[in-house]
Design a protein around this ligand. Structure first.
Ligand code: 3PG
Length: 306
């Protein structure tokens, strides 16, 4: 039984050690393909793998065609928009994620971006504080809940919109419920995005919504760049000198922003949200355990395809 870990952005070595411990205990062979640049390396490595662990690496029809023995792919992380689920179904491959395992790291990065921006990028100019500011948590899943807890420590006024979470569950976190996303964006100076990227959410953060944000609006995106309508983003940047955008990875329109709106945005060079030793360890351990459990007992608890 071979487990392949294919990560274009490698996990911390200590986290890979967790996978090794679990797979060795199960007498599985472990192969690492880390920091690869070429899809052909992935196609070759996956050809005799029974199980695959990935991060944001694309698992496409082509990858699945090459993976003749593959039975399970685990996305060691939350968002599984990188997995072609139809192709997984067609190839009889079970697809899973590891929800919640890296969510604190993502929430901490959102606050890192907010604080760095609020303090003027540490340039010596007089900045602002988070205390007393309103924050809209768009999506109240695992990351959204961590955002609420950290925001409470900063003394922020917290709101959320998430039609999939009950009012009772939201109120436990001291967060006020908005009934529409329009209400959320109208109320909050900061909006932090925690929605998945899928057909329903793609380009869903658009002009009319952003226009509603109050003075000195700051949109924080540690979710996915695909949920933003970038035509709208550029229009808002042009119309509102007070608007800022802070994101984990640059949008496609980064060059235009750099040319025209210097100082009003902040991007990470590489997607950094989940890039902590702790998050890597949690996600790796969960992924390895889920694979062993799947082969030994048939457990499909975290399956995301039907
Ligand atoms: C996730 O969906 O779990 C996060 O976006 C982290 O992605 P990464 O593992 O590619 O850093």
């Amino acid at each position: 039984m071979k487990v392949l870990v294919a990560t274009e952005k490698a996990f911390a070595p200590i986290a890979v050690g967790q996978i090794r411990t679990v797979t060795e205990a199960a007498c599985y062979e472990l192969e690492l393909l880390e920091n690869y640049n070429n899809i052909s390396d992935l196609l070759a490595a996956v050809s005799d793998a029974d199980a695959l662990i990935v991060r944001s690496d694309l698992v496409t029809e082509e990858v699945l065609d090459a993976a003749k023995k593959l039975k399970i792919v685990v996305r060691a992380g939350a968002g599984y928009d990188n997995l072609d689920l139809n192709a997984c179904n067609a190839h009889n491959v079970v697809a899973m994620n590891t929800p919640g395992q890296n969510s604190n790291a993502v929430a901490e990065l959102a606050f890192t971006l907010m604080l760095y921006n609020a303090r003027g990028g540490f340039t010596g100019i007089s900045g602002s504080e988070l205390r007393g500011k309103s924050i809209g948590i768009h999506g109240f899943g695992n990351v959204g809940k961590h955002i609420a807890e950290i925001a409470a420590g900063f003394g922020m006024d917290k709101y959320t919109f998430d039609p999939f979470v009950t009012e009772k569950d939201i109120k436990k976190y001291g967060v006020k419920v908005c009934n529409t996303k329009e209400e959320l964006y109208s109320r909050c100076q900061y909006v932090s995005l925690h929605i998945p990227a899928n057909d329903k959410t793609s380009k869903s953060i658009e002009y009319d919504l952003l226009k509603k944000m109050p003075q000195d609006a700051i949109l924080v995106n540690t979710a996915r760049k695909e949920v933003i309508d970038e035509v709208s983003l550029l229009k808002i940047f042009e119309e509102r000198r007070d608007f800022r955008y802070l994101a984990d990875v640059a949008p496609d329109c980064a060059d235009i922003l750099k040319e025209k709106y210097k100082g009003r945005f902040l991007f990470t060079e590489k997607k950094m949200g989940a890039q902590t030793e702790e998050a890597n360890m949690n996600a790796c351990l969960a992924a390895a355990r889920q694979i062993v459990d799947f082969f030994k007992t048939g457990n499909e608890k975290y399956r995301v395809n039907k």
